[in-house]
Write a protein that binds this ligand. Sequence first.
Ligand code: SAM
Length: 299
Amino acid sequence: MVSTAPPSTPVDGVDGGVGVTALLVAAARAIETHRDDSLAQDVYAEHFVRAAPASAGWPLRVEDAPDEDRNPLWGRFARYFGLRTRVLDDFLLRAAHTGVRQVVLLGAGLDARAFRLHWPAGCVIFEVDRAEVLAFKHRVLTGLSVTAKAARVPLSIDLRADWGPSLADAGFDPAVPSVWLAEGLLFYLPSAVETHLIDTVDRLSCAGSALAFEAKLEKDLLEYRDSPLYLSTKHQIGIDLLHLFSKEPRPDSAGDLAGKGWSTSVHTPFEFTRRHGRGPLPEPNDALEGNRWVFANKP
Ligand code: SAM
């Protein structure tokens, strides 16, 4: 069961806890943006990195990182996030161009898709994250005086609570198709919260809806505790991802969706690296080995 009680762990913005991971991804997107062979453009990302004390001194270009592309964090891992951004940009825009007008970004963090992608007229983008993360995002975007390219509805929600009613109160309509995204989110959540999230997405999705999410399939995340990605993230910027990830056995969310009648496909990121001609490829002791990008459609 998911409790509707306030969370007992301390709530934080982007200065610590899981919130700081939103800054990590923003920094990776800034680096991707400045690459000559960039896979995705996010001109807002570097403003978030510059604005937060927690990311003071982080590089905004790969040339500014020690060892540049050979740096496991700012080279390979950042490229992973760049590839993920591109693949999920394409996924969302594909849904929008086939007529879906409601977009729900779960654990949106510093995702600036509402500002940087060209949405068809009539799209509304719900950005769900915790209040402190959205407050920081609002502060930075307000300072930039930018206008979203779609109607944008930031929603302060802790996904550990029963969040479906808040989405409905904010204008989400379950009777029309929607496209959902859980990018870099599920492995931070307790297993029961993930199950509740998937159930809620299913319940609020009519035929024609779509969902993409990222999962980690490793049975034991700690097996990769000394992988270059985890170690360099911890040592260079003090983020211990393994500490932030839930250690509970994960639900089979792709299987659960298939059981509810969704059609699903599960891909490694490396498939997209090959498709785009750039991005991470497998390596020994690879923290990305269990990562999967799951795409689901409700017929
Ligand atoms: N999806 C964004 C992206 O890819 O840029 C952000 C990813 S960041 C790694 C994880 C995000 O999930 C953070 O912004 C964090 O605040 C959010 N998050 C984690 N647990 C959450 C919860 N219980 N409720 C709402 N948001 C949560």
